[in-house]
Unconditional design. Sequence first.
Length: 441
Amino acid sequence: MNALIIFTLLVLLMLTGMPVSIALGLTVMSFFFFLSDVPMASVGMKLFEGLNSFPIMAIPFFILAGNFLTNGGAAKRMIRFAATMVGHMYGGLGLAGVLACALFAAISGSSVATVVAIGSIILPAMVEAGYPKRFSAGVITTSGALGILFPPSINLVIFSIATNGMNATGPDGNPVPTASVGDLFIAGVIPGVVLAVLLGITTWYRARKYDYPRMPRETWGARWKAFLDAFWGLALVIIIIGGIYSGIFTPTEAAAIAAVYAFFISVFVYKDLKLRDVPHILRNAAAMSSMLLYIITNAVLFSFLMTHEQIPQTMAAWIIDKNFSIWMFLLVVNVILLLAGNVMDPSSILLIMAPILYPLATKLGVHPVHLGVLMIVNTEVGLCHPPVGLNLYIASSIAKMGISEITIAVLPWLCAMLAFLGLITYVPEISLWLPHLLGMM
Protein backbone atom coordinates (compact mmCIF):
# COMPACT_ATOMS: atom_id res chain seq x y z
CA MET A 1 0.00 0.00 0.00
CA ASN A 2 2.83 2.39 0.88
CA ALA A 3 4.46 1.71 -2.49
CA LEU A 4 1.24 2.65 -4.27
CA ILE A 5 1.00 5.90 -2.30
CA ILE A 6 4.63 6.82 -3.01
CA PHE A 7 4.50 6.24 -6.74
CA THR A 8 1.06 7.80 -7.15
CA LEU A 9 2.26 10.96 -5.41
CA LEU A 10 5.44 11.03 -7.50
CA VAL A 11 3.54 10.65 -10.78
CA LEU A 12 0.97 13.29 -9.81
CA LEU A 13 3.69 15.79 -8.96
CA MET A 14 5.50 15.10 -12.23
CA LEU A 15 2.26 15.52 -14.22
CA THR A 16 2.01 19.09 -12.92
CA GLY A 17 5.13 19.89 -14.92
CA MET A 18 7.27 20.07 -11.81
CA PRO A 19 10.96 19.21 -12.35
CA VAL A 20 11.73 15.57 -11.54
CA SER A 21 14.23 16.53 -8.84
CA ILE A 22 11.69 18.63 -6.90
CA ALA A 23 9.00 15.97 -7.36
CA LEU A 24 11.33 13.38 -5.82
CA GLY A 25 12.13 15.58 -2.82
CA LEU A 26 8.51 16.54 -2.17
CA THR A 27 7.38 12.91 -2.42
CA VAL A 28 9.91 11.82 0.19
CA MET A 29 9.32 14.69 2.59
CA SER A 30 5.52 14.41 2.33
CA PHE A 31 5.55 10.68 3.01
CA PHE A 32 7.91 10.92 5.97
CA PHE A 33 6.03 13.91 7.43
CA PHE A 34 2.47 12.56 7.14
CA LEU A 35 2.72 8.76 6.90
CA SER A 36 5.84 7.76 8.81
CA ASP A 37 7.33 8.08 12.26
CA VAL A 38 10.85 8.61 10.89
CA PRO A 39 12.25 11.79 12.53
CA MET A 40 13.09 14.52 10.05
CA ALA A 41 16.52 14.89 11.64
CA SER A 42 17.44 11.39 10.45
CA VAL A 43 16.34 12.35 6.93
CA GLY A 44 18.78 15.26 7.02
CA MET A 45 21.52 12.99 8.31
CA LYS A 46 20.85 10.47 5.53
CA LEU A 47 20.97 13.24 2.98
CA PHE A 48 24.37 14.37 4.25
CA GLU A 49 25.69 10.80 4.23
CA GLY A 50 24.44 10.26 0.68
CA LEU A 51 26.21 13.34 -0.65
CA ASN A 52 29.34 12.86 1.45
CA SER A 53 30.66 10.52 -1.21
CA PHE A 54 34.06 10.64 -2.89
CA PRO A 55 32.79 9.33 -6.29
CA ILE A 56 30.28 12.20 -6.55
CA MET A 57 33.20 14.62 -6.88
CA ALA A 58 33.98 13.02 -10.26
CA ILE A 59 30.84 14.51 -11.82
CA PRO A 60 31.72 18.25 -11.73
CA PHE A 61 35.30 17.50 -12.78
CA PHE A 62 34.23 15.45 -15.83
CA ILE A 63 31.68 18.13 -16.74
CA LEU A 64 34.42 20.78 -16.54
CA ALA A 65 36.76 18.66 -18.68
CA GLY A 66 34.02 18.19 -21.27
CA ASN A 67 33.36 21.95 -21.40
CA PHE A 68 37.02 22.71 -21.99
CA LEU A 69 37.24 20.11 -24.76
CA THR A 70 33.99 21.21 -26.41
CA ASN A 71 35.22 24.80 -26.66
CA GLY A 72 38.92 24.11 -27.00
CA GLY A 73 39.47 22.73 -30.50
CA ALA A 74 39.74 19.02 -29.67
CA ALA A 75 36.54 18.22 -31.58
CA LYS A 76 37.56 19.69 -34.95
CA ARG A 77 40.92 17.91 -34.82
CA MET A 78 39.24 14.59 -34.09
CA ILE A 79 36.86 15.12 -37.00
CA ARG A 80 39.82 15.83 -39.29
CA PHE A 81 41.60 12.67 -38.12
CA ALA A 82 38.45 10.57 -38.53
CA ALA A 83 37.86 11.96 -42.01
CA THR A 84 41.37 10.97 -43.15
CA MET A 85 40.78 7.41 -41.92
CA VAL A 86 37.30 6.61 -43.27
CA GLY A 87 36.35 9.53 -45.54
CA HIS A 88 37.10 7.59 -48.74
CA MET A 89 34.45 4.95 -47.96
CA TYR A 90 30.77 5.18 -48.87
CA GLY A 91 29.23 7.89 -46.70
CA GLY A 92 32.74 8.95 -45.75
CA LEU A 93 31.83 12.12 -43.88
CA GLY A 94 29.01 10.28 -42.11
CA LEU A 95 31.43 7.54 -41.03
CA ALA A 96 33.86 10.24 -39.94
CA GLY A 97 31.03 11.66 -37.82
CA VAL A 98 30.42 8.29 -36.15
CA LEU A 99 34.13 7.79 -35.49
CA ALA A 100 34.60 11.36 -34.26
CA CYS A 101 31.62 10.99 -31.90
CA ALA A 102 33.11 7.77 -30.52
CA LEU A 103 36.49 9.43 -29.99
CA PHE A 104 35.04 12.56 -28.42
CA ALA A 105 32.69 10.49 -26.25
CA ALA A 106 35.72 8.75 -24.82
CA ILE A 107 37.08 12.02 -23.48
CA SER A 108 33.94 14.03 -22.65
CA GLY A 109 31.60 11.50 -20.97
CA SER A 110 28.57 13.50 -22.10
CA SER A 111 26.07 12.97 -24.89
CA VAL A 112 25.13 16.65 -25.01
CA ALA A 113 28.77 17.73 -25.30
CA THR A 114 29.38 15.17 -28.05
CA VAL A 115 26.41 16.24 -30.19
CA VAL A 116 27.22 19.94 -29.75
CA ALA A 117 30.95 19.63 -30.37
CA ILE A 118 30.86 17.19 -33.30
CA GLY A 119 27.45 18.04 -34.75
CA SER A 120 28.00 21.78 -34.97
CA ILE A 121 31.07 21.17 -37.15
CA ILE A 122 30.28 18.12 -39.23
CA LEU A 123 26.55 18.59 -39.87
CA PRO A 124 27.03 21.76 -41.96
CA ALA A 125 30.04 20.15 -43.66
CA MET A 126 28.01 17.08 -44.67
CA VAL A 127 25.19 19.20 -46.10
CA GLU A 128 27.71 21.33 -48.01
CA ALA A 129 29.34 18.17 -49.40
CA GLY A 130 26.01 17.02 -50.87
CA TYR A 131 24.60 14.73 -48.21
CA PRO A 132 20.85 14.96 -47.54
CA LYS A 133 20.11 16.88 -44.38
CA ARG A 134 18.05 13.97 -42.98
CA PHE A 135 20.94 11.55 -43.42
CA SER A 136 23.39 13.93 -41.77
CA ALA A 137 21.10 14.62 -38.81
CA GLY A 138 20.34 10.91 -38.32
CA VAL A 139 24.02 10.03 -38.11
CA ILE A 140 24.97 12.68 -35.56
CA THR A 141 21.85 12.44 -33.39
CA THR A 142 22.36 8.74 -32.71
CA SER A 143 26.16 8.68 -32.69
CA GLY A 144 26.20 11.47 -30.12
CA ALA A 145 24.47 9.12 -27.69
CA LEU A 146 27.77 7.21 -27.44
CA GLY A 147 28.81 9.93 -25.01
CA ILE A 148 26.99 8.24 -22.11
CA LEU A 149 28.30 4.73 -22.81
CA PHE A 150 32.01 5.16 -23.38
CA PRO A 151 34.09 5.95 -20.30
CA PRO A 152 34.32 8.45 -18.68
CA SER A 153 30.52 8.42 -18.85
CA ILE A 154 28.92 10.72 -16.28
CA ASN A 155 25.83 8.49 -16.32
CA LEU A 156 27.88 5.42 -15.35
CA VAL A 157 29.10 7.43 -12.35
CA ILE A 158 25.48 8.28 -11.51
CA PHE A 159 24.46 4.60 -11.66
CA SER A 160 27.26 3.69 -9.27
CA ILE A 161 26.21 6.46 -6.88
CA ALA A 162 22.52 5.49 -7.07
CA THR A 163 23.22 1.87 -6.11
CA ASN A 164 26.04 2.50 -3.63
CA GLY A 165 25.30 1.18 -0.16
CA MET A 166 22.16 -0.75 -1.09
CA ASN A 167 21.67 -4.03 0.75
CA ALA A 168 21.35 -6.31 -2.26
CA THR A 169 21.75 -10.09 -2.17
CA GLY A 170 22.31 -12.74 -4.83
CA PRO A 171 20.25 -15.87 -5.53
CA ASP A 172 22.12 -17.65 -2.70
CA GLY A 173 21.21 -14.96 -0.17
CA ASN A 174 24.78 -13.65 0.16
CA PRO A 175 25.46 -9.89 -0.15
CA VAL A 176 26.39 -8.65 -3.63
CA PRO A 177 29.05 -5.94 -3.95
CA THR A 178 27.93 -2.76 -5.69
CA ALA A 179 29.30 -1.84 -9.10
CA SER A 180 32.29 0.48 -8.76
CA VAL A 181 32.89 3.37 -11.14
CA GLY A 182 36.09 1.73 -12.36
CA ASP A 183 34.33 -1.55 -13.18
CA LEU A 184 31.56 0.27 -15.03
CA PHE A 185 34.03 2.38 -17.02
CA ILE A 186 35.90 -0.69 -18.26
CA ALA A 187 32.63 -2.54 -18.91
CA GLY A 188 31.43 0.28 -21.17
CA VAL A 189 34.36 0.01 -23.59
CA ILE A 190 33.37 -3.09 -25.61
CA PRO A 191 29.63 -2.21 -25.79
CA GLY A 192 30.60 1.29 -26.92
CA VAL A 193 32.80 -0.10 -29.70
CA VAL A 194 30.11 -2.58 -30.81
CA LEU A 195 27.43 0.12 -30.95
CA ALA A 196 29.74 2.48 -32.86
CA VAL A 197 30.39 -0.31 -35.40
CA LEU A 198 26.65 -0.98 -35.81
CA LEU A 199 25.94 2.72 -36.35
CA GLY A 200 28.83 2.85 -38.82
CA ILE A 201 27.49 -0.15 -40.75
CA THR A 202 24.05 1.46 -40.93
CA THR A 203 25.63 4.68 -42.21
CA TRP A 204 27.75 2.85 -44.81
CA TYR A 205 24.83 0.72 -46.05
CA ARG A 206 22.51 3.67 -46.58
CA ALA A 207 25.26 5.73 -48.22
CA ARG A 208 26.10 2.87 -50.58
CA LYS A 209 22.42 2.23 -51.34
CA TYR A 210 21.79 5.86 -52.31
CA ASP A 211 25.29 6.52 -53.70
CA TYR A 212 26.14 9.42 -51.40
CA PRO A 213 29.45 11.31 -51.88
CA ARG A 214 32.84 9.90 -50.98
CA MET A 215 35.98 11.84 -50.14
CA PRO A 216 39.31 11.27 -51.91
CA ARG A 217 41.55 8.70 -50.22
CA GLU A 218 44.13 10.42 -48.03
CA THR A 219 47.80 9.48 -48.07
CA TRP A 220 49.33 7.82 -45.02
CA GLY A 221 51.34 10.99 -44.52
CA ALA A 222 48.16 13.06 -44.27
CA ARG A 223 46.66 10.53 -41.87
CA TRP A 224 49.74 10.61 -39.67
CA LYS A 225 49.71 14.42 -39.64
CA ALA A 226 46.02 14.45 -38.66
CA PHE A 227 46.71 11.91 -35.90
CA LEU A 228 49.54 14.00 -34.47
CA ASP A 229 47.31 17.08 -34.57
CA ALA A 230 44.59 15.23 -32.60
CA PHE A 231 47.04 13.38 -30.36
CA TRP A 232 46.77 15.62 -27.30
CA GLY A 233 43.01 15.13 -27.15
CA LEU A 234 43.18 11.39 -27.86
CA ALA A 235 45.82 10.94 -25.16
CA LEU A 236 43.22 11.78 -22.52
CA VAL A 237 41.53 8.41 -23.18
CA ILE A 238 44.77 6.59 -22.29
CA ILE A 239 45.33 8.77 -19.24
CA ILE A 240 41.86 8.12 -17.80
CA ILE A 241 41.46 4.41 -18.57
CA GLY A 242 45.12 3.50 -18.15
CA GLY A 243 45.41 5.41 -14.90
CA ILE A 244 42.32 3.81 -13.37
CA TYR A 245 43.19 0.26 -14.43
CA SER A 246 46.84 0.52 -13.38
CA GLY A 247 45.81 1.81 -9.96
CA ILE A 248 47.69 5.08 -10.33
CA PHE A 249 44.55 6.99 -9.41
CA THR A 250 40.86 6.47 -8.66
CA PRO A 251 38.06 7.47 -11.09
CA THR A 252 37.49 10.65 -9.06
CA GLU A 253 41.17 11.56 -9.21
CA ALA A 254 41.08 10.74 -12.93
CA ALA A 255 38.26 13.26 -13.33
CA ALA A 256 40.29 15.99 -11.63
CA ILE A 257 43.34 15.18 -13.77
CA ALA A 258 41.14 15.21 -16.90
CA ALA A 259 39.84 18.69 -16.05
CA VAL A 260 43.36 20.09 -15.54
CA TYR A 261 44.67 18.33 -18.66
CA ALA A 262 41.75 19.56 -20.80
CA PHE A 263 42.37 23.13 -19.58
CA PHE A 264 46.07 22.86 -20.39
CA ILE A 265 45.75 21.52 -23.93
CA SER A 266 42.86 23.85 -24.82
CA VAL A 267 44.64 27.02 -23.63
CA PHE A 268 48.37 26.29 -24.06
CA VAL A 269 48.63 23.53 -26.70
CA TYR A 270 45.77 24.04 -29.17
CA LYS A 271 45.41 27.71 -28.13
CA ASP A 272 41.79 27.82 -29.29
CA LEU A 273 40.83 29.14 -25.87
CA LYS A 274 42.14 32.30 -24.26
CA LEU A 275 42.58 32.74 -20.53
CA ARG A 276 39.80 35.32 -20.59
CA ASP A 277 37.41 32.55 -21.81
CA VAL A 278 38.08 30.35 -18.78
CA PRO A 279 35.75 32.11 -16.27
CA HIS A 280 32.82 31.71 -18.69
CA ILE A 281 33.54 27.96 -19.05
CA LEU A 282 33.86 27.61 -15.28
CA ARG A 283 30.47 29.27 -14.79
CA ASN A 284 28.81 26.98 -17.35
CA ALA A 285 30.35 23.89 -15.77
CA ALA A 286 29.30 25.05 -12.29
CA ALA A 287 25.71 25.64 -13.44
CA MET A 288 25.47 22.21 -15.07
CA SER A 289 27.08 20.49 -12.08
CA SER A 290 24.74 22.24 -9.63
CA MET A 291 21.70 21.12 -11.60
CA LEU A 292 22.88 17.53 -11.70
CA LEU A 293 23.94 17.43 -8.05
CA TYR A 294 20.56 18.83 -7.03
CA ILE A 295 18.87 15.93 -8.82
CA ILE A 296 21.23 13.50 -7.08
CA THR A 297 20.46 15.10 -3.71
CA ASN A 298 16.75 14.40 -4.03
CA ALA A 299 17.36 10.97 -5.54
CA VAL A 300 19.42 10.01 -2.49
CA LEU A 301 16.38 10.80 -0.35
CA PHE A 302 14.14 8.76 -2.65
CA SER A 303 16.54 5.80 -2.43
CA PHE A 304 16.46 6.10 1.39
CA LEU A 305 12.66 6.01 1.27
CA MET A 306 12.69 2.91 -0.96
CA THR A 307 15.06 1.13 1.39
CA HIS A 308 13.20 2.18 4.56
CA GLU A 309 9.86 0.93 3.23
CA GLN A 310 11.46 -2.31 1.95
CA ILE A 311 9.86 -1.76 -1.46
CA PRO A 312 12.62 -3.35 -3.62
CA GLN A 313 12.84 -6.33 -1.27
CA THR A 314 9.07 -6.82 -1.38
CA MET A 315 9.09 -6.65 -5.17
CA ALA A 316 11.98 -9.12 -5.32
CA ALA A 317 10.10 -11.58 -3.13
CA TRP A 318 7.03 -11.24 -5.37
CA ILE A 319 9.05 -11.82 -8.55
CA ILE A 320 10.75 -14.90 -7.10
CA ASP A 321 7.40 -16.23 -5.89
CA LYS A 322 6.04 -15.89 -9.45
CA ASN A 323 9.07 -17.77 -10.82
CA PHE A 324 10.13 -15.00 -13.18
CA SER A 325 13.04 -16.12 -15.34
CA ILE A 326 16.00 -13.82 -15.91
CA TRP A 327 14.98 -13.67 -19.57
CA MET A 328 11.50 -12.40 -18.75
CA PHE A 329 12.75 -10.01 -16.04
CA LEU A 330 15.24 -8.35 -18.40
CA LEU A 331 12.53 -7.97 -21.04
CA VAL A 332 10.29 -6.23 -18.50
CA VAL A 333 13.20 -4.01 -17.43
CA ASN A 334 13.80 -2.93 -21.02
CA VAL A 335 10.13 -2.12 -21.57
CA ILE A 336 9.96 -0.07 -18.35
CA LEU A 337 13.12 1.86 -19.15
CA LEU A 338 12.12 2.53 -22.76
CA LEU A 339 8.78 3.87 -21.56
CA ALA A 340 10.56 5.99 -18.94
CA GLY A 341 12.72 7.41 -21.73
CA ASN A 342 9.57 9.02 -23.15
CA VAL A 343 9.15 11.29 -20.14
CA MET A 344 12.50 11.57 -18.33
CA ASP A 345 16.12 12.38 -19.07
CA PRO A 346 18.84 9.72 -18.52
CA SER A 347 20.06 10.95 -15.13
CA SER A 348 16.53 11.03 -13.71
CA ILE A 349 15.81 7.52 -15.02
CA LEU A 350 18.96 6.14 -13.43
CA LEU A 351 18.45 7.88 -10.11
CA ILE A 352 14.83 6.74 -9.78
CA MET A 353 14.92 3.27 -11.33
CA ALA A 354 18.38 1.99 -10.33
CA PRO A 355 17.60 1.71 -6.57
CA ILE A 356 14.41 -0.20 -7.44
CA LEU A 357 15.77 -2.53 -10.15
CA TYR A 358 19.18 -3.22 -8.61
CA PRO A 359 18.03 -5.47 -5.69
CA LEU A 360 15.57 -7.28 -7.98
CA ALA A 361 18.21 -7.96 -10.60
CA THR A 362 20.86 -9.23 -8.19
CA LYS A 363 18.33 -11.50 -6.50
CA LEU A 364 17.74 -13.19 -9.86
CA GLY A 365 21.46 -13.45 -10.58
CA VAL A 366 21.97 -10.46 -12.91
CA HIS A 367 25.45 -9.00 -12.47
CA PRO A 368 25.37 -5.39 -11.17
CA VAL A 369 27.78 -4.22 -13.88
CA HIS A 370 25.67 -5.84 -16.60
CA LEU A 371 22.59 -4.09 -15.21
CA GLY A 372 24.40 -0.76 -15.24
CA VAL A 373 25.44 -1.04 -18.88
CA LEU A 374 21.95 -2.27 -19.81
CA MET A 375 20.33 0.76 -18.18
CA ILE A 376 22.75 3.13 -19.91
CA VAL A 377 21.95 1.63 -23.34
CA ASN A 378 18.23 2.07 -22.64
CA THR A 379 18.75 5.73 -21.79
CA GLU A 380 20.81 6.14 -24.97
CA VAL A 381 17.76 5.09 -26.97
CA GLY A 382 15.65 7.58 -25.00
CA LEU A 383 17.96 10.40 -26.07
CA CYS A 384 17.11 9.76 -29.70
CA HIS A 385 13.31 9.68 -29.76
CA PRO A 386 10.60 12.17 -28.75
CA PRO A 387 9.12 13.69 -26.71
CA VAL A 388 12.14 14.43 -24.48
CA GLY A 389 15.01 13.06 -26.57
CA LEU A 390 17.62 15.73 -25.86
CA ASN A 391 19.83 14.75 -28.81
CA LEU A 392 16.89 15.33 -31.15
CA TYR A 393 16.45 18.91 -29.98
CA ILE A 394 20.17 19.72 -30.16
CA ALA A 395 20.54 18.23 -33.65
CA SER A 396 17.32 19.93 -34.69
CA SER A 397 18.66 23.35 -33.73
CA ILE A 398 21.97 22.70 -35.51
CA ALA A 399 20.41 21.30 -38.69
CA LYS A 400 17.45 23.74 -38.69
CA MET A 401 14.98 20.85 -38.94
CA GLY A 402 11.64 20.23 -37.24
CA ILE A 403 11.39 17.58 -34.53
CA SER A 404 8.97 15.43 -36.55
CA GLU A 405 11.30 15.50 -39.56
CA ILE A 406 14.39 14.62 -37.57
CA THR A 407 12.49 11.87 -35.73
CA ILE A 408 11.86 10.18 -39.08
CA ALA A 409 15.48 10.76 -40.08
CA VAL A 410 16.92 8.84 -37.12
CA LEU A 411 14.74 5.73 -37.57
CA PRO A 412 17.32 3.52 -39.39
CA TRP A 413 19.96 4.20 -36.74
CA LEU A 414 17.40 3.92 -33.95
CA CYS A 415 16.53 0.41 -35.21
CA ALA A 416 20.23 -0.48 -35.04
CA MET A 417 20.33 0.80 -31.44
CA LEU A 418 17.30 -1.32 -30.51
CA ALA A 419 18.94 -4.39 -32.06
CA PHE A 420 22.05 -3.63 -30.02
CA LEU A 421 19.89 -3.30 -26.90
CA GLY A 422 18.60 -6.83 -27.43
CA LEU A 423 22.16 -8.07 -27.94
CA ILE A 424 23.53 -6.38 -24.82
CA THR A 425 20.55 -7.61 -22.78
CA TYR A 426 20.94 -11.31 -23.45
CA VAL A 427 24.68 -11.56 -24.05
CA PRO A 428 26.11 -10.19 -20.77
CA GLU A 429 29.63 -11.25 -21.77
CA ILE A 430 29.79 -8.20 -24.05
CA SER A 431 29.78 -6.03 -20.93
CA LEU A 432 31.60 -8.36 -18.53
CA TRP A 433 34.34 -9.88 -20.70
CA LEU A 434 36.85 -7.01 -20.49
CA PRO A 435 36.54 -6.41 -16.71
CA HIS A 436 36.97 -10.16 -16.16
CA LEU A 437 39.95 -10.25 -18.52
CA LEU A 438 41.61 -7.40 -16.63
CA GLY A 439 40.90 -9.07 -13.28
CA MET A 440 38.72 -6.23 -12.03
CA MET A 441 35.81 -8.44 -10.94
